[in-house]
Design a protein around this ligand. Structure first.
Ligand code: DC
Length: 232
């Protein structure tokens, strides 16, 4: 599903969408750009992770139960640009680190196949955009579905092997044990699911600029995006 808001879609220069597969560096790029531009960040994956977490914790089996629970709940995104971190205040409980593990990522990816759940959280995502402050939106369908009016749409790519290596380094930094083979397999499986679902599959928007980050460091990617942004 690619949203077509009509030919007269007014492009907004203060939204940059960054889509791409897991572990490709979207989050780091989003925060570094936001810091540079003084903008906000939307980490849309964290919302899917939250839903995966709630579904597991409350034993919710159907999308109907999940959506009813979401409708009754208060969900506030908390972003701290300086510390490059996002958390969610879910009914006055702050959730962050507990959402960032592979088990929850798999749950999030499973849940994200559901068209009704995806529709139920469009508003939360669009509300992250405040006209007087720009937004860097990070996810899988930011350019295609959530912010089709963004004037700059970036799609990041890198091989699964490179992404697994980057993820492994992050986990090692946190003192966690890493089995490379398992990590690579998990990344490939999640790619497969995210790219092949029927609704809002992971793919670049038609007008997206594709950047292969396999051989680039974050400052090079940031520089490239800023160059393109300045020419808008
Ligand atoms: O970006 P992430 O790894 O935190 O995302 C977790 C999962 O959530 C991802 O595998 C698919 C889903 N997701 C999605 O379907 N659409 C988004 N915009 C963001 C994430």
């Amino acid at each position: 599903m690619e949203v077509n808001l009509g030919v007269s879609l007014k492009l907004l220069k203060n939204i940059i969408t960054i889509d791409g597969p897991g572990g490709v560096g979207k989050g780091t790029l989003a925060f570094s750009l936001a810091k540079k531009l003084g903008w906000e960040v939307l980490d849309s994956g964290l919302i899917y992770r939250l839903i995966g977490f709630i579904a597991a914790e409350k034993n919710l089996a159907s999308s109907k139960e999940i959506i009813e629970t979401l409708e009754k709940s208060s969900i506030k995104l908390i972003t701290n640009i300086d510390s490059y971190s996002c958390e969610i205040n879910f009914n006055n409980k702050i959730l962050g680190e507990e959402l960032r593990n592979e088990k929850i990522a798999v749950k999030a990816s499973e849940i994200s196949k559901d068209a009704n759940i995806r529709s139920a959280i469009i508003k939360i995502q669009r509300n992250a955009y405040l006209e007087d402050r720009g937004l860097i939106a990070d996810g899988r369908d930011m350019g295609t579905v959530i912010f089709p009016e963004a004037a700059l749409k970036i799609f990041l790519e890198a091989s699964p092997e490179i992404r697994a290596e980057r993820r492994a380094n992050q986990l090692k930094e946190k003192g966690m044990n890493v089995i490379m083979h398992d990590l690579l397999l998990a990344i490939k499986k999640r790619d497969e699911k995210d790219m092949n679902r029927n609704v809002s599959p992971l793919r670049p928007a038609k007008e997206a600029i594709i950047i292969d980050t396999s051989k680039m460091c974050i400052s090079e990617v940031e520089e490239k995006v800023m160059e393109i942004y300045k020419k808008l």
